[in-house]
Write a protein that binds this ligand. Structure first.
Ligand code: ADP
Length: 857
C-alpha cells in the first residue's frame, strides 16, 4: 500500500484512490468491449450468412449485400475502437468511440437480421454494458446514434429497421423513447456507483491514514514492540526492539521470542505463552533477553493474544521495555540496603530507630537486645520512654522536640532495672517512607567509672608529686644552711695555713660541698619547674652574646682539660631569641660543660648556630668525645640517670640535661641530640626567634626626638642595673637623645648597690633578674640604705604579673616598665620622675597602670 506523504491531505488521497478505481473500471470495460466487438463482428457475419447468404435476380444468384455489409461494415465499425482500446485504454475518447461503434453495430445487426424486433434488444443490452463504465456521459452519443439511425432509416429504409416496408414516423420516436427511458435508470445507476466509489475511496484513504499512524506508532515507539505469529516466530518487530536485542527485523522474523530469551528464563516464558493461549488474554513479566552479542538485557514484557471475531487466536502482540538500568539501580539499592542492614544489625553498639511522634521503637539491632535484655518483640511494642528513669522523662521530651544533632548523655534503664550511663547520637532519617530517628548508643558506664578512678588517681599522683617536689624544695633549702657553714668554714680554714694533709682533706670537704650545692640547686630548679613555681624573665636575648659569654666562662675548664673550644657562629649580633637570659646561659653552659667533661684530653668542642627558618634559632654543640650508645639515648633526659657515667671518674649529678630540657621547654624551645657515636656527640638547643629590642624600637626614633625638643636640658645621672648587654645597649642608645643624661651601668646587683652608694644617681633603672641578687632584694637594700633610699627606682622587667608589680611598688619602686620597652613611655616616665623629684619629692605611683601591664602579658 502506498504511504500518505507527510503533507498529503486524506481528501486528496481519497480523490486519487477514486481516480485509480475509475481508471481501472474504464480500462477493464474497454477490454471487455474490445472482446465483445470482435465477437459481435464474427456473429454479425455468421448471422448474415445464415439468414440470407444470396440474393436472387431470376435464376442468378449472388452473395447477399448483407454478407458484404457484415464483413466490411462490421469490420470497419469494430476494428477502429478495438485498436483504440489498445492505444488509449481508459481514455474518454476511447469510451465515446466505443459507445458510438457499439450502437452502429446494433444498427448493423438489426439491418442484417432484416429489422427483427428481437435484434433491437442488442441496443438495450449494449446500453447496459456501456453503463459498466459508470460514466453516464457515454450514454449520450450512444443514444444520439440510436435515435438518428432509427429516424433516418425509419424514413428511408424502414424495412432495415422495423422489417416492414412502411413505418410510421412515430415508431422511431417510440423506439428512441424506450432508449431514453432505459438511459434514465442507467444514468441513476451510474451516479450511485460513482457515489459509492467515492465513499469507498474516502474510507480507504482514512483507513490508510489510520494504518499509517499505527505503523508509525509501532515503529517509532520508545519501547520494543513485536507481532508474533501463532507459529511463535516474530512477524514484525519495531526498531526499538531490534536495537534492544541487537538483531535486525529480518533476523528476528527467523526467530521466536524463546530463541532470544535467557536460558534461565526459557521455561517460565514458555509456560506463560501456553497459559495465554489457554485462558489469559495478556500477562506481564520481567525476564532476561540475550542480545545477539551475548549480553543480557532485562525487559518488562507485556504480551497480549489477539483473537479474531470468532475468538480464534490470530497472533500475539508483545511490548518489551528495557529495564536493565532500572534493574541495576534496583540491585544497587538492594546491595546498599543489605550493607546498611548489616551495619545496623551487626553494629557492636546498640542502634535503634524510633518514631519521633509516637516515640515507639521501629527497629532495634542485636546489640541493643543483648545490652538491654529486652527481646526484639518487646522492644517493638515499647517506646523510648520505657527505657528511661522516670525523673529523666521531661528532659527527654524536650530533647526529642529539639532534635539536637549533638551527642548527649543520658541514663537508660535495662530490663533488669540496672541504670546505665549512655552517650546518644541521634540523626533524622526516613524509615519506610516516614520520618524517624536513628539512634546510636554508647554505654559509657564503665568509662565513667574509669574516668572517675583516673581523675582520683591523677589527683593522688599530682598531690604525691607536689608533696615530693615540696619535700625536695624544703630539703634543699634546709640543706643549704648547713652547707653554707661547711663551705664557709672550710674556706676559712683553707686561709689559715693548714698543713698539706689538712689542705688535702679541706679540698675534699669543699669540693664535696660544692658538688652537693650544685646538686641541691638543680634539684630545687627541677622541683620548681614541676610545681610551676619557676619564674622566667622572657625577653629578647642576643644569641651571639650569650654564646660568647658562656664560652668565656668555659675557657678555664677547657684549658685545664686541654680541650679546644671552637666558636663557629654564623649569626650577626641582631639575631635574638625569646628566652630568659640566665636560664639560656645555664642550659648552654651545661651542654658545653658536658662536652668538655666527657671529651678525652686533647679533644675539641665546637659551638655553632644558625637560624632554622624564620621562627627559630638552633645552637649546636659538637664534641669529639666517646658519644652515647644508641640504646641509652632515650634515657638521656631522665633525672639522676647518668647512663653509666657514674662508673667513670667524671663528676656529675645526672640532673644537668634533665633540668636543661625542662628549662628550654618552659621557654618554648627544645633540646636534643642530633647524632651521637664513636666520633662524638652533637647536641642542639632551639629557641623561638624574636626581633632585637633595637629593631623593635627603631621606627619610633624620629618621633621621640621631636617630642623632646621642648624639654629644658639639665644634667642628670642615671644608674642602670642590668645584666643583659642588649638591654644595656638599647637604653644607652635611647639616652643618646638626651645628652644631658649621664648613664652609669652595672651588670650585677651588688655592683649596682655599690655604684648607687658611690654616685647617688638621680634615678636608678633596675632589672629584676640579676645573676647574683634578685631585683627586689636590690631594691629593698637601696631603700634600706640612707644614702640611696631617696633615689627614685624604675623597675624594667619582662616579668609583669600584677602580683610582681604590686610587690615591687610596695617595696618602694617609683615606676614599673615592661620589656620590650616602649620608648615614648620610657621618656614619659623618665620626665615625670624627674619633675616629681624636682618639685614635690613624693614618689609617684607607677605611670604604667596595672591593667595595662596585665593586658601586655
Ligand atoms: P651529668 O651530671 O652526669 O653530666 P647530665 O644530665 O648532664 O648529667 O648528663 C646525663 C648523662 O648523659 C651523663 O651522665 C653522660 O653519661 C651523658 N652525656 C651527657 N653529655 C654527654 C656528652 N657530650 N658526651 C658523652 N656523654 C654525655
Amino acid at each position: 500500500m502506498r504511504k500518505l506523504t507527510k503533507h498529503e491531505s486524506p481528501a486528496k488521497r481519497a480523490d486519487e484512490l477514486f481516480r485509480q478505481q475509475q481508471n481501472e473500471i474504464y480500462v477493464k470495460t474497454d477490454q471487455l468491449f474490445a472482446k465483445l466487438m470482435f465477437v459481435q463482428w464474427i456473429a454479425c457475419v455468421v448471422m448474415a450468412i445464415i439468414i440470407s447468404p444470396y440474393t436472387w435476380s431470376g435464376q442468378a444468384k449472388a452473395i447477399h449485400e448483407h454478407v458484404w455489409a457484415a464483413i466490411f461494415l462490421g469490420g470497419a465499425i469494430s476494428v477502429f475502437p478495438i485498436w483504440m482500446t489498445r492505444a488509449w485504454p481508459g481514455a474518454a475518447i476511447t469510451r465515446h468511440v466505443i459507445a458510438v461503434a457499439q450502437m452502429l453495430m446494433s444498427a448493423l445487426l438489426i439491418s442484417v437480421t432484416g429489422g427483427r424486433i428481437e435484434t433491437h434488444f442488442h441496443v438495450f443490452g449494449s446500453l447496459v454494458i456501456l453503463s459498466f463504465y459508470r460514466d453516464w456521459r457515454v450514454l449520450i452519443p450512444a443514444t444520439i446514434v440510436v435515435g438518428l439511425d432509427h429516424f433516418i432509416r425509419g424514413v428511408y429504409f424502414p424495412y432495415s429497421v422495423y422489417g416492414v416496408l412502411t413505418a410510421s414516423p412515430w415508431r422511431s420516436i417510440e423506439h428512441a423513447a424506450w432508449v431514453v427511458f432505459e438511459d434514465v435508470f442507467l444514468v441513476i445507476s451510474c451516479l450511485r456507483s460513482i457515489r459509492e466509489m467515492r465513499s469507498i475511496a474516502n474510507r480507504t484513504a482514512a483507513l490508510e491514514l489510520s494504518e499509517q499512524n499505527f505503523r508509525q506508532i509501532f515503529q517509532e515507539a520508545p519501547i520494543g514492540m513485536a507481532v508474533v505469529a501463532l507459529d511463535e516466530k516474530f512477524a514484525q518487530a519495531n526498531a526499538k526492539l531490534c536495537q534492544m536485542v541487537g538483531y535486525s527485523e529480518q533476523e528476528l522474523t527467523d526467530r521466536t521470542p524463546i530463541d532470544i530469551t535467557h536460558p534461565d528464563d526459557v521455561a517460565f516464558s514458555r509456560n506463560l505463552a501456553r497459559e495465554m493461549l489457554k485462558s489469559a488474554s495478556h500477562n506481564r513479566i520481567e525476564k532476561r533477553y540475550l542480545r545477539k552479542d551475548g549480553a543480557t538485557v532485562w525487559g518488562a514484557r507485556t504480551g497480549s493474544l489477539i483473537r479474531d471475531e470468532s475468538g480464534n487466536p490470530r497472533h500475539f502482540v508483545i511490548m518489551i521495555e528495557d529495564i536493565s538500568e532500572h534493574k541495576k539501580a534496583q540491585q544497587a539499592v538492594r546491595d546498599s540496603e543489605e550493607r546498611y542492614r548489616l551495619l545496623f544489625e551487626t553494629n557492636p553498639y546498640p542502634v535503634w530507630v524510633y518514631d519521633p511522634k509516637t516515640l515507639c521503637f521501629l527497629a532495634v539491632n542485636q546489640a541493643a537486645i543483648d545490652c538491654y535484655g529486652f527481646s526484639r518483640e518487646e522492644f517493638l511494642s515499647m517506646n523510648i520512654k520505657d527505657i528511661r528513669p522516670a525523673e529523666d522523662l521531661n528532659a527527654l521530651l524536650d530533647d526529642v522536640a529539639q532534635s539536637s544533632p549533638e551527642t548527649t548523655r543520658w541514663r537508660h534503664r535495662k530490663k533488669n532495672g540496672t541504670i546505665i550511663d549512655v552517650e546518644i547520637t541521634a540523626r533524622p532519617i526516613s524509615f519506610s517512607g516516614k520520618s524517624a530517628r536513628l539512634v546510636l548508643v554508647n554505654d559509657i558506664t564503665e568509662r565513667l567509672h574509669n574516668e572517675t578512678d583516673l581523675k582520683q588517681a591523677k589527683k593522688e599522683a599530682e598531690r604525691a608529686n607536689k608533696a615530693k617536689s615540696e619535700f625536695l624544695s624544703r630539703m634543699s633549702h634546709e640543706l643549704r644552711t648547713p652547707l653554707n657553714a661547711i663551705l664557709g668554714f672550710g674556706q676559712l680554714l683553707e686561709r689559715q695555713n693548714p698543713t698539706p694533709t689538712q689542705r688535702g682533706r679541706l679540698g675534699h670537704i669543699i669540693s664535696a660541698g660544692r658538688h652537693l650545692l650544685g646538686l641541691i640547686n638543680e634539684v630545687l630548679d627541677i622541683s620548681r619547674i614541676e610545681v610551676g613555681r619557676m619564674q622566667l624573665s622572657l625577653e629578647p636575648v642576643s644569641v651571639v652574646e650569650t654564646i660568647q659569654e658562656t664560652l668565656d666562662l668555659m675557657r678555664p675548664l677547657a684549658a685545664e682539660r686541654k680541650i679546644q673550644l671552637v666558636a663557629n657562629v654564623d649569626l650577626d649580633a641582631t639575631v635574638h631569641v625569646h628566652a630568659d637570659r640566665q636560664r639560656f646561659k645555664q642550659v648552654l653552659l651545661n651542654v658545653l660543660t658536658n662536652g668538655v667533661k666527657y671529651t678525652p684530653i686533647g679533644g675539641s668542642v665546637t659551638v655553632s648556630s644558625a637560624t632554622s627558618g624564620n621562627d627559630t634559632v638552633r645552637v649546636r654543640v659538637a664534641d669529639t668525645g666517646p658519644g652515647i650508645a644508641q640504646e641509652k639515648l632515650a634515657r638521656l633526659f631522665t633525672p639522676f640517670d647518668r647512663l653509666g657515667a657514674e662508673q667513670s671518674n667524671v663528676e656529675g649529678t645526672g640532673l644537668g640535661l634533665a633540668l636543661s630540657q625542662r628549662l628550654i621547654q618552659a621557654m618554648g624551645g627544645g633540646i636534643g641530640v642530633e647524632k651521637s657515636g664513636s666520633s662524638g656527640s652533637i647536641f642542639w638547643i632551639e629557641l623561638p626567634r624574636t626581633k632585637s629590642p633595637l629593631e623593635q624600637t627603631r621606627p619610633r626614633k624620629t618621633r621621640e626626638r621631636k617630642h623632646h625638643r621642648g624639654v629644658e636640658a639639665e644634667r642628670r645621672t642615671i644608674l642602670y642595673i642590668e645584666d643583659n648587654l642588649s638591654n644595656l645597649t638599647l637604653v644607652e642608645q635611647i639616652l643618646e637623645e638626651r645628652p644631658e643624661i649621664e648613664l652609669i651601668t652595672a651588670m650585677q646587683g651588688q655592683v649596682g648597690l655599690d655604684l648607687a652608694r658611690q654616685h647617688v644617681p638621680d634615678l636608678i633603672l633596675l632589672d629584676l633578674h640579676l645573676p647574683d641578687l634578685p631585683g627586689w632584694e636590690v631594691l629593698s637594700q637601696l631603700k634600706a640604705n640612707e644614702t640611696t633610699s631617696g633615689i627614685p627606682v624604675i623597675v624594667i622587667s619582662a616579668d609583669a604579673t600584677t602580683r610582681q608589680v604590686k610587690r615591687l611598688m610596695k617595696t618602694g619602686a617609683t615606676s614599673y616598665l615592661t620589656k620590650p620597652l616602649d620608648v615614648t613611655e620610657f621618656f614619659r616616665v623618665l620626665d615625670q620622675t624627674a619633675a616629681s623629684t624636682n618639685g614635690a619629692s613624693k614618689p609617684s605611683i607607677a605611670p604604667t597602670d596595672l591593667a595595662t601591664i596585665d593586658s601586655n602579658l
